[in-house]
Design a protein around this ligand. Sequence first.
Ligand code: F1P
Length: 295
Amino acid sequence: SRTAAEIATQPACWRRAAEAAATFEGLPKPGERVAVTGCGTSWFMALAYAALREGAGLGETDAFAASEFPAGRAYDRVVAITRSGTTTEVLDLLTLLGRRVPTLALTADPATPVMDAADAVAVLDWADEESVVQTRFATTALAFLRAGLGELPGVKPVAEAAVDAELALTEPLPEAVVTADQWTFLGRGWTYGLALEASLKMREAAGAWTEAYPAMEYCHGPIAVTGPGRVTWVLGPLPDGLAGDVARVGGTLVARRDADPLAELVRAQRLAVTLAEARALDPDHPRHLTRSVIL
Ligand code: F1P
């Protein structure tokens, strides 16, 4: 499928993003109060970036779905992520903000309305994709923003994440993970946004029953659906006791502490495509979805 081919190019796309970020002038400056926004997958990347930036002490950073942006709040800069550059809520928000706040948009297509709606634009056109389901644009946008933050404590450089992603692209997916009937993705801090995205990818491409939670929330209810034939997949650090909890109820745990969480998302994207094909669905033409939502 086209989606599978696009998934496979992510390590190269991220390396290019890291190079581009090194010379790009329009990124948020340390100390600025920043809001990051988008819809769907792009919102989840916004959540991940916000946690990374604020966690590194580079400034207060909030993330919102574009439709939920709190218009009354003051920010020094607003960053919008939109592959298509045409998503209505993102364009409406940028128009509403007007020229009162400096805005930066990350997009894949230089010929779309977002070019005029934002003050500055980073065009990551090498990561554009034909698929409806977003994979490489989203992760490349996050890689670009992540590289732009410089060295981050406890987070690998993007070049190392790309090496981990190459492994994630070649290793076979465990049988128990492919044949399961339910998947719960967990993350903490910046990896919570990745867990939400892994979960969305499986729903979009394969119509799968998936959930996503902050890792510590898992034992406050969501563990109730775990059991034989069900997967709990932790992106990033594995909380104490969680492996025992999953084993006790007979679930399958996936937790790779050595792999970069963004590379783990690549593994989940592969699972989404594999599962779609196993269910005789076409991952390039997901049910009920369009490439971007224009209201
Ligand atoms: C955002 C988005 C996609 C989603 C769907 C509809 O698009 O929500 O993430 O998969 O296809 O649009 P964009 O603003 O990043 O182009």
